[in-house]
Design a binder for this molecule. Structure first.
Ligand SMILES: Nc1nc2c(ncn2[C@@H]2O[C@H](COP(=O)(O)OP(=O)(O)OP(=O)(O)O)[C@@H](O)[C@H]2O)c(=O)[nH]1
Ligand SMILES: [Mg+2]
Length: 437
């Protein structure tokens, strides 16, 4: 691609003009970025836009040449303005994050509402938040983002919210009472209150978690890129009916269901918010209370969409969030999903991310293998022990009685003959006391 290359395309205008907003998508491919990856990143931006209720009507990409004032060069600004005018756009969406002054300058020069990727994602979260916990976390993220955008005069640079009855422009929707019309002092006050509420959510979640831990069922957390099929898989595994859709960030609120294995054993499986490359920082911070659940699980089920053109980037984005959550050392089972859509999965991929299984959450293919692998990985294996345990080994007696299952025992002069089972990871100290059956 040449330095000032233009990719522009016009989509058929069959959209419902009353509800769908028409968007020109644009961005600057930086020198360190791979221009070949850029079309796929723009495609993801188009899917984000579609999820937020905007249809891509045109696309303009600039390579390399940047301007600190308007991000893209002067000629490109004019080109975007002209395209937006020709295509009767409602807004212009930037893939890059814009500084407050860039946002301001671009809006002045282009004359159309400007939204960047972070604001777009915040907007989707605002639309998809269902529960009170979701609303609180989204509002906190929006306000923290807004605070970072305020000018020294205390005015927001973002566009104004829609009036009553009008469709509300993307980037101005919010779950809270506040919308985007507050001054710095009020925002700070509200942030403080929301943080207290998030702290409360965290406490309640902690209590729920302790209850789950007392049930002593292993906890499996599903993680994965947005739209990978996590909610669909939870439905298939646990015969549930939770919301799954071909949208980015369809799920915001965590759901936990019980999964019964054929052996009679069971586990708890949790679905949670999906990840994305460069998850906006305020969202990651605000959703810490939700994402924290992942940290306390026994096993992670990493759901990957094998049909994705950006499989490596999407898997890396998941690893990045796991790093931030300090959850990288958890055991992970990788699940390559949607194999009904692709004829072949490379052995290399499977071995690189072993242990891994291939499934279709939609058709149920591979579910038996997944269930047995899950059971092996999350139900602790038991060790069979035939012991002579001297009475002097008080601690080991206590451990065996609290964590093991006693099958038979008989008392002798200096100790006990015991036949018991104990979880494999606790077996070591008992091995010195094994006797022949
Ligand atoms: N063909 C095919 N489609 C699938 C499969 N699993 C899920 N899907 C589709 O992929 C889309 C996303 O599925 P979800 O289960 O909502 O994905 P998710 O990971 O929960 O996504 P978010 O909650 O948005 O992060 C839906 O349209 C599903 O029907 C599969 O195995 N094969
Ligand atoms: Mg989901």
């Amino acid at each position: 691609l040449k330095d000032r290359d233009v990719v522009s395309r016009q989509c058929e205008s069959s959209d419902n003009r009353a509800s769908v907003q028409r968007a020109v998508l644009t961005g600057l491919c930086m020198p360190k970025e791979d221009p070949l990856d850029w079309p796929r990143r723009m495609d993801e931006l188009a899917r984000l836009a579609a999820t937020a209720g905007a249809r891509e009507v045109g696309r303009v990409v600039q390579n390399h040449t940047a301007s600190s004032k308007t991000l893209v060069g002067k000629g490109k600004v004019e080109e975007i303005r002209q395209l937006a005018e020709d295509l009767e756009a409602d807004l212009v969406i930037f893939l890059n994050d814009l500084s407050p002054s860039q946002h301001h300058n671009l809006q002045e020069a282009i004359g159309y509402p400007i939204v960047d990727r972070t604001v777009l994602i915040l907007d989707i979260f605002a639309q998809h938040a269902v529960t009170r916990d979701g609303h609180i976390q989204v509002e906190l993220a929006q306000l923290q983002h807004q605070l970072s955008r305020l000018t020294s005069h205390g005015q927001t640079l973002s566009q104004q919210g829609g009036g009553a009855g009008a469709r509300i422009p993307i980037g101005t929707r919010g779950p809270g009472e506040t919308k985007l019309e507050m001054d710095r002092r009020k925002i700070r006050q509200r942030i403080t209150r929301l943080k207290q509420e998030v702290e409360h959510i965290r406490k309640v979640r902690g209590e729920q978690r302790r209850r789950r831990q007392r049930s002593s069922l292993p906890i499996i957390s599903m993680v994965g890129y947005t739209n990978a099929g996590k909610s669909t898989l939870l439905n298939t595994l646990t015969q549930s009916d939770i919301y799954a859709d071909d949208l980015l960030f369809a799920t915001l609120d965590p759901t936990t269901r019980r999964m019964d294995f054929d052996s009679g054993k069971a586990a708890l499986v949790s679905d949670t918010v999906g990840f994305i490359t460069d998850l906006p920082e305020p969202l990651e911070a605000a959703f810490a209370a939700t994402l924290e659940e992942i940290k306390y699980s026994d096993l992670l089920l990493h759901v990957v969409d094998v049909t994705s053109q950006r499989l490596d980037e999407e898997m890396s984005a998941v690893f990045t969030v796991l790093d931030h959550l300090e959850a990288r050392d958890k055991p992970v089972l990788t699940v390559f999903n949607k194999i009904d859509q692709t004829p072949h999965i490379s052995e290399h991929l499977l071995s690189r991310f072993a242990p891994a299984v291939c499934i279709s959450a939609l058709t149920g293919k591979g579910m038996d293998q997944l269930a047995s692998q899950l059971e092996t990985m999350c139900i602790p294996q038991e060790r069979n022990l035939e012991l002579f345990l001297p009475y002097s080994e008080g601690k080991l007696h206590a451990l065996l009685y609290s964590k093991g299952s006693i099958l038979s025992e008989s008392s002798l002069d200096t100790g006990q003959r015991i036949h018991a089972t104990i979880p494999e990871h606790l077996a070591d100290p008992f091995l010195a006391f094994q006797v022949d059956e």
